[in-house]
Design a protein. Structure first.
Length: 254
């Protein structure tokens, strides 16, 4: 029996559950020992926040707004990455400059780019713009890497058959790039959630970000930690969707 066949199919999920349990236990211990005073609330206290109907409604409404902003920003980032990545592939002399611009864009700190976005967009649009900004570079990098990963034999065959660069792109490079792109999407989607929340801190009236700010200003630590948990859950759900898409594309094009 091979090593893969002998390995239990529940090993991965079991380890994930074990990791969550250990994290919760460590969180509970830190709160019980009051290493950070009353700033860190125990998980049992956070659960009581979700048990309260009015608090739960506020958190769910904020979660819906933040998820929508993150997904919308991610969609704009994906569209921009596809356009720029295809342009860099069809016009190779632009590749170096576009790579450098993408690197510069990803290196700009949030605190520096946020005022620029605030000057360009309305306060309610800034979270989506911030989500797009943070998600763009991982998507662009994954796409151009995938487009360049086509087999040399396939590229030579396309050239021997007289295929135009556009046809080679559509029939060879894009199918080869899809598994790599979906892997990059798993990296980009949590960044989109993070960017959306930070964008909400700039004055948006919707989403998890304002809930965090109000909770911190009023020192409502249980509500603040509940908002953090909701943010993590949003990121995990969207990550899971991207992971499922990666599995599908890997089976079809991998």
């Amino acid at each position: 029996m091979s090593e893969r066949a002998a390995r239990s199919p529940v090993t991965g999920p079991a380890l994930a559950v074990l990791g969550v349990v250990l994290l919760l236990a460590a969180w509970q211990a830190v709160a019980a020992l009051r290493w950070f005073g009353t700033t860190v609330c125990a998980p049992t206290v956070v659960v009581r926040v979700f048990a309260d109907a009015s608090s739960r409604r506020v958190l769910l409404d904020g979660a819906g707004a933040t998820m929508l902003e993150a997904v919308e920003g991610f969609g704009w980032a994906l569209l921009a990455a596809v356009v720029v990545g295809v342009l860099a592939t069809l016009l190779p002399f632009l590749r170096s400059g576009l790579d450098q611009l993408g690197t510069i864009e990803s290196a700009i700190p949030f605190v520096a780019i946020a005022p620029i976005l605030l000057a360009l967009f309305s306060r309610d649009t800034v979270p989506t713009a911030m989500a797009a900004t943070t998600a763009f570079f991982p998507l662009y990098l994954a796409l151009v890497s995938g487009l360049a990963a086509v087999s040399p034999a396939v590229a030579d065959l396309c050239a021997a058959l007289g295929a135009a660069r556009r046809d080679t792109l559509l029939r060879a490079r894009i199918p080869a790039a899809l598994p790599v792109l979906t892997t990059g999407m798993k990296t980009a989607i949590p960044l989109a959630v993070l960017g959306g929340v930070i964008g909400e801190w700039l004055g948006s009236s919707n989403g998890i970000g304002p809930i965090m700010l109000v909770a911190m200003r009023n020192y409502r630590m249980p509500m603040m930690w509940a908002a953090v948990v909701v943010t993590v859950v949003i990121a995990l759900l969207l990550y899971g969707g991207c992971a499922a898409l990666e599995w599908v594309t890997a089976r079809r094009f991998g």
